[in-house]
Design a binder for this molecule. Structure first.
Ligand code: PLP
Length: 285
């Protein structure tokens, strides 16, 4: 975990550097992905790269490698790092340029990969609460992809810390239920698994997998635009992201939740899917 991939080279942390004029640093002009690595396998790498390449296309950043070439680069880095479990972060910025919002054409992107420890993934219900930092309108490109502009999420994470919680519930500017600071939001009401519709939130990779697993398991699913009151009568609530999988909720504000039946079913299905994926993708690249 002490080495960084930077523009084709793997360097010790203290030697890895980017230009002070990198647009990722100056303007947040770039994209990133955060991927769970289990037994040396980057879980759902192809989905993460699909979102990353969509982001690069929307931002008109020219990436020098094809998706296949980049997949090989990722696996080569992981092999070199000899890390079984960790969090792989990939950052691609537009590259270095002179001052000014408008980038020069054909800049060479900065590509960075780093690994950090994987957080614990046990079934430990958390406390949650509503946050005041809203989710950006879906029509903005930066609401749909993982850009380096993470200030709303940073502010939301700080708000969580002040409230003494791990994750909170953010609303859209119009006041509809949206997502957390680092995860998508689900709840169960009258036996139906519900989540805010895709174009209100970051289309999370774990969110997509949970919906797919729920449909296979015949758990009724509903995606929509929900007002805050909708979650008050929920019997179960959980968050999802690629690194932590399912994060169960045991308390929303003062209300305790005691039913985890659907959450536990999905947890088991998610873990089984993860194990199968690892077995099938070991030694890839
Ligand atoms: C705001 C937000 N929503 C949702 C997610 C979950 O996305 P994924 O499942 O792709 O990790 C993240 C992940 O970092 C996030 O930052």
């Amino acid at each position: 975990m002490d080495k960084i991939f930077i523009n084709g080279k793997v360097l010790p942390r203290e030697k890895a550097a980017i230009s002070p004029f990198d647009r990722g640093f100056s303007y947040g002009d770039g994209v990133f992905e955060t991927i769970g690595v289990f037994s040396g396998v980057p879980f759902l790498l192809e989905k993460h790269l699909q979102r990353m390449f969509l982001g690069l296309k929307l931002l008109e950043i020219k990436f020098p490698l094809s998706r296949e070439q980049f997949i090989s680069t990722v696996f080569k880095f992981l092999r070199e790092m000899k890390v079984a479990d960790g969090v792989l972060k990939i950052i691609v910025s537009r590259g270095e340029s002179e001052r000014g919002l408008l980038p020069a054409r054909d800049l060479e992107p900065t590509v960075l990969m780093s690994l950090s420890p994987l957080p614990a993934r046990d079934f430990k219900p958390i406390k949650t609460a509503f946050l005041s930092v809203p989710v950006l309108p879906p029509k903005l490109v930066i609401g749909q992809i993982k850009t380096l502009n993470q200030l709303p999420q940073v502010l939301a994470a700080k708000e969580c810390q002040k409230k003494g919680i791990v994750e909170g519930i953010r609303l859209t500017i119009e006041g509809y239920l949206a997502e957390g600071s680092m995860a998508n939001l689900f709840w169960v009401k009258n036996g139906v698994l519900k989540t805010p519709e895709k174009n209100l939130v970051l289309p999370g990779i774990a969110r997509e997998l949970i919906l797919q697993l729920a449909r296979i398991a015949d758990i009724p699913v509903s995606e929509g635009k929900y007002p805050v009151e909708e979650i008050y009568g929920a019997t179960e609530i959980f968050f999802t992201n690629s690194v932590r999988g399912i994060i169960p909720v045991g308390q929303l504000d003062q209300r305790e939740l005691h039913d985890y039946s659907v959450t536990k079913r999905l947890w088991a299905l998610y873990e089984a899917y993860l194990e199968k994926y690892i077995a099938e993708n070991r030694g890839e690249g």
